[in-house]
Design a protein around this ligand. Structure first.
Ligand SMILES: C[S@@+](CC[C@H](N)C(=O)[O-])C[C@H]1O[C@@H](n2cnc3c(N)ncnc32)[C@H](O)[C@@H]1O
Length: 268
């Protein structure tokens, strides 16, 4: 396995992924605002994971039809269950890799994808497929992680594990930041998109204190591979290293961790 493959096992952690949902909700709101879906339109939300931002859009706009897709079947099962429980009948989910979309050409009015493109096995191919299934004039809206320094939690992970676990177990940081430095804009243009606009945006993870943040990291299994690679007795040392990096972000209102991402709009 190469380091690029060291993404969390999305299917396996599907039941726990929503522990992060409240923290990344502002990104979904920003994305849906620029998506600007209209009644009667059909939207494709790619790499929906446990269903966002598709579920929020379906709830807010019952006259919009939404299809959500994700490569990990475990994620899709959770998303589909959430849609059934609401219940929402303007939304359905399918297990499907972005690089192999089975929809016809020129099919969807708009596309959305929150924190998916940089994780695709082949982002160029994924974006080409997205362009293919979008109707002429349609809008594609993406949120991707940008620089490592701007993705504070991942930056801590990279710093803490760098000299503590084998290279083969390191998190896939290169992949996570792979759309920064103009790469996303270049790949969108190569896929055929026009009117490409991107902007750097900020939001914050908010926890009562470091203990709550650490518990979320452990409970969500987001660093499972790295924590499993530690030697016996190393866990406390690692927790302390994270606590030290987090300390400057402790405020009177709790632990406030700033994050940056890039919001992109592109047209076909
Ligand atoms: C960080 S999660 C984001 C999930 C959701 N969009 C959200 O923001 O809550 C990334 C998702 O990308 C999915 N993913 C990774 N590679 C993919 C690919 N090639 N095609 C489709 N989905 C993929 C993973 O299975 C995972 O559910």
């Amino acid at each position: 396995m190469s380091r690029a493959d060291n993404q969390p096992d999305w299917g396996a952690l599907a039941e726990k992924f929503d522990l992060w949902a409240p923290h990344i909700a502002p990104v979904g709101d920003a994305l849906l605002a620029v998506l600007d879906a209209q009644p009667g339109e059909h939207i494709l939300d790619l790499a929906s994971g446990t269903g966002e931002p598709a579920l929020t859009l379906a709830k807010r706009q019952p006259l919009v039809k939404i299809t959500g897709t994700d490569a990990a079947d475990g994620m899709v099962q959770v998303a589909a269950r959430k849609a059934r429980e609401q219940p929402l009948d303007n939304l359905s989910f399918q297990t499907m890799a972005a690089e192999a979309l089975s929809f016809p050409d020129d099919h969807f009015d708009r596309l959305s994808c929150r924190f998916g493109v940089m994780l695709f096995a082949d982002p160029a191919m994924g974006l080409q497929q997205m362009y293919r299934v979008l109707k002429p004039g349609g809008r594609c809206v993406l949120a991707v992680w940008d620089t490592l320094e701007g993705m504070t939690g991942v930056h801590w992970t990279q710093q803490v594990f760098k000299n503590r676990i084998p290279e083969s177990e390191q998190p896939a940081v290169d992949k996570i930041v792979s759309m920064s430095g103009g790469v996303l804009e270049k790949l969108l243009a190569q896929a055929g998109f026009v009117g490409i606009e991107t902007q750097l945006k900020r939001f914050e993870y908010q926890f009562p204190d470091f203990a709550a943040y650490w518990q979320n990291c452990v409970d969500s299994a987001i660093m499972k591979q790295q924590l499993d690679a530690l030697k016996t007795g190393q866990l406390d040392e690692v927790r302390n290293a994270f606590a030290e990096l987090a300390a400057p972000y402790q405020t009177n209102d709790g632990l406030v961790i700033p994050h940056e991402y890039r919001l992109a709009i592109a047209l076909k």
